[in-house]
Write a protein that binds this ligand. Structure first.
Ligand code: COA
Ligand code: MG
Length: 296
């Protein structure tokens, strides 16, 4: 009997472009860009004195937003004293979700999820509709407690981003990369922890920013590394990175054709088959289905 097909999963976000929310020009530009998600930023790209202006600019901009990318908002962290003001301002705008930076452990997500319950109820936004993507490696506590995070039950949680810059700042350390551009051990550890936690939770694993934004070849190589390691998408900071990321995280025509051949090879109902002289079993079938699910 043929193996039962699995329903297609929704395609993960490939590119997440951060857009400083207090920049009129960048907000304007963002509406024409092909990023899967735009993250209007109220946090680290906005100076403390500009937080309130940035919130007001988003309140004007988002109701008229007509771009094709999902609208997300990065809010400030729990210790900033700005988070409640951010939520009060942005929940009524019903973004697809918020990016929550500098979490320290699963309790932070539970608390913010409750605050979203309240803010949605107060603003007439559908209950539970605003999703969360957490930045999971910006504090030492969060990295040490990643196994706890991997146990969380939080229906709002859509993905984890990993980041190195804030962790290095928390450690009082310098550049997180070695002279060759590779991550120093501490950050590689954090990266792998976040990757595994995201997959343990069955949510999206989003790779950190490639800061050298005038180097397209370096960005492409960095994207391929991330994809082969199991990340489903990547943060962008400049419009020029968006098509590079979209391309790297989309299946190639060769991969699609091969996946279709793998699925066809399993149609007789055998669990192990041969294709092009190689043995294929169920993990290969699952991977082929995953490739094709990214087309929808
Ligand atoms: N979102 C939307 N538009 C952007 C953009 C972004 N992140 N970055 C640049 N642009 C726009 C610029 O406004 C410019 O368009 P314009 O001429 O119509 O104004 C165009 O793209 C080219 O920009 P460019 O001159 O090459 O870059 P820049 O020197 O103005 O800005 C950065 C460089 C890095 C400061 C800018 O890309 C940026 O702000 N990135 C996001 C930073 C951020 O959010 N960091 C926190 C998350 S890690
Ligand atoms: Mg930061």
């Amino acid at each position: 009997m043929p193996l039962a097909p699995t329903p297609p999963a929704q395609r993960p976000i490939r590119s997440m472009l951060f857009v400083p929310a207090d920049s009129e020009r960048k907000l304007e530009k963002s509406t024409s860009l092909p990023a899967d998600a735009l993250v209007f930023d109220l946090e680290d790209s906005v100076l403390p004195a500009r937080k309130s202006v940035a919130r007001q600019m988003l309140q004007r901009f988002l109701p008229a937003y007509s771009g094709t990318g999902q609208a997300w908002i990065r809010v400030n962290d729990l210790e900033s004293g700005e988070l409640l003001k951010d939520l009060a301002a942005v929940v009524p705008l019903a973004p697809v979700g918020i990016v929550l930076p500098k979490i320290r452990g699963p309790e932070d997500l539970e608390l913010v999820s409750h605050w979203l319950d309240m803010a949605e109820a107060m603003s007439g936004v559908e209950s539970g509709s605003i999703r969360i993507i957490a930045v999971a490696t910006e504090t030492p506590e969060a990295v040490l407690r990643m196994a706890d995070l991997a146990q969380i039950s939080c229906p709002r949680l859509l993905g984890l981003i990993w980041g190195a810059e804030d962790l290095s700042s928390a450690l009082g350390a310098d550049d997180p990369r070695t002279a060759t551009g590779a991550w120093r051990q501490t950050y590689e550890f954090a990266r792998v922890q976040a990757l595994l936690a995201a997959h343990a939770l069955g949510i999206q694993a989003i790779d950190t920013v490639y800061v050298d934004f005038r180097n397209p070849e370096g960005c492409a190589a960095n994207c391929w590394d991330a994809r082969y390691d199991g990340f489903t998408g990547k943060v962008a900071i400049h419009p020029s990175q968006v098509p590079i990321i979209n391309d790297a995280f989309s299946p190639s025509p060769e991969q699609i054709a091969y996946a279709q051949r793998v699925i066809a090879a399993f149609e007789q109902g055998e669990g192990a088959v041969s294709l092009d002289g190689k043995m294929l079993d169920i993990p290969h079938l699952k991977f082929a289905r995953k490739i094709l699910s990214q087309l929808t």
